[in-house]
Design a protein around this ligand. Structure first.
Ligand code: HEC
Length: 436
């Protein structure tokens, strides 16, 4: 009996190992670790096709449409990127690859948008902020590689490129002969005002296709000053695929920059824009937080990646405790709650409230399943708790519940209290639970 049960366990272990190896099992918290492999010598900072990249294990990252904040997008082209990382103790480099059948690298007309990819890190890795653009007191450092900036490195492109016959003013003090259009770098900066005032979008002589940025919440994205732009990059498109390298010195003197300490495990997140699909700004594909483990020359084991804490649930804060739905239970209110839920929540929590919405995959912890016995369907959640969680989102969870890394948005910025109560009513009615 005993030996056969051990044989069965051994067999299951082997099957399990094979499944994990080929990626057939859902990934747990521990597996969300991208390892930056240590190698000796120069990193392939400008070469996405270098054989050295094979030293690093490809790490898949699932993406979701950005449905958290306006302007939202409901269908993005990219659903996955594959990432590798190498470091040599002094520099760190990332190779990101993704499918994109259309190459949007020359975007000079205003109806054209660029392809782009961004990496995001908390400036202070001990304080992981909300995954979308960070928070006021928890800034993020963002590196955005832009396909059109890459094109500009081969020779700055201006509007004349797309509209060769267009009329063009001659600027005073320029060296141009009448009728001749000089390339932008040969002009006096004083008369190209956007460039003159330091707008990185209009600079004709950028050293890198990567912009080094900081953000602390939606709408706060800011480019670092010229002399602090210290991220190198190189992107190539071939056969329907982008391969982009971004690299930096591991240590940086800038207070807005993330520091990469050998042996550390720090959060990392990703975003992709497909220009041909009209994606720009907040309309992009995003991932939740993952972890980056920075290998040292010595063989090492990383401390386990923190698991998302979902239970026990935190207590309802005093300001919300005891709240009851103030709205009368009517068909109209339930119906309005359904509409609001479908337009704001179903992408993550699913049309059937089972937590399996079309955009749920990129997030860990996963969006809650209200049909679960441990949730509303089991009579486990009181109305005041549900109202609080919807209004304040993942960011309001108490510190001791970290590392939450919850993607749950704070809806107080987009919905009125009355709208939130209508959704609460719909959730309880849908799962058929009278206990509130
Ligand atoms: C971007 C994806 C996303 C969207 C959109 C979203 N949520 Fe969530 N939500 C989550 C995740 C992830 C969790 C689990 C982590 C947590 O509890 O914060 C969650 C948790 C919750 C919880 C707590 C459940 C529990 O068991 O403790 C409630 C209630 C909730 N969401 C309601 C909503 C409602 C209502 C909306 C729409 C107004 C919404 N969510 C929109 C991702 C999302």
């Amino acid at each position: 009996m005993r030996s056969s049960s051990w044989r069965l366990k051994g067999f299951l272990f082997v099957i399990g190992t094979i499944l994990v190896f080929i990626g057939a099992l859902p990934s747990s918290g521990e597996e969300r670790l991208l390892v930056s492999r240590f190698i000796k010598g120069e990193l392939p900072v400008h070469d996405p096709n270098s054989p050295l990249w094979k030293e690093s294990k490809p790490y898949p990252v699932l993406l979701s449409a950005q449905v958290v904040s306006k302007p939202r997008i409901y269908k993005t082209a990219a659903r996955k990127v594959t990432v590798r990382s190498l470091n040599n103790g002094g520099e760190i480099a990332f190779l990101i690859e993704w499918e994109d059948p259309s190459n949007s690298a020359g975007v000079l007309r205003h109806q054209e948008y660029r392809d782009a990819i961004a990496l995001q890190f908390p400036v202070d890795p001990r304080k992981t902020p909300y995954f979308a653009m960070g928070e006021k007191d928890r800034m993020v450092n963002i590196w955005q590689w832009k396909a059109d900036w890459e094109t500009d490195l081969l020779g700055f492109k201006d509007i004349e490129e797309r509209y060769p016959g267009m009329a063009s003013d001659s600027y005073p003090f320029s060296q141009a002969k009448p009728g001749q259009v000089l390339p932008a770098p040969q002009h006096d900066r004083t008369f190209l005002t956007a460039w003159g005032s330091g707008n990185p979008l209009s600079t004709p002589n950028r050293p890198s296709p990567v912009e080094d940025l900081n953000a602390g919440g939606f709408g706060s994205l800011t480019s670092q000053p010229d002399k602090q732009q210290n991220v190198a990059g190189r992107g190539v498109w071939s056969g329907g695929k982008w391969k982009v390298v971004m690299a930096r010195k591991m240590a940086s003197p800038d207070s807005g920059d993330v520091q990469f300490k050998a042996g550390a495990v720090i959060p990392i997140a990703f975003a992709v824009w497909d220009g041909a699909n009209g994606e720009r700004g907040g309309e992009k594909a995003v991932s939740g937080w993952h972890y980056l483990g920075i290998e040292t020359p010595k063989k090492m084991a990383f401390r386990p990646v923190p698991k998302p804490v979902t239970f026990p649930r935190p207590p309802v804060p005093a300001a919300y405790k005891g709240m009851k739905n103030p709205l009368p239970l009517t068909l109209e209110n339930i119906e309005e709650g359904r509409k609001l839920y479908d337009n704001n929540c179903s992408f993550c929590h699913g049309g059937n409230l089972d937590g399996k919405g079309p955009e749920a995959d990129a997030f860990l912890p996963s969006p809650a399943a209200f049909t679960d016995k441990k949730s509303i369907a089991g009579g486990k959640l009181s109305e005041d708790f549900v109202f609080w969680r919807i209004k304040e989102g993942g960011r309001a969870l108490p510190e001791k519940h970290t590392p939450w890394h919850s993607a749950m948005p704070a809806w107080k910025e987009e919905l009125t209290d009355e709208e939130i109560w209508k959704i609460v009513m719909y959730l309880y009615e849908f799962v058929g639970v009278p206990k509130r």
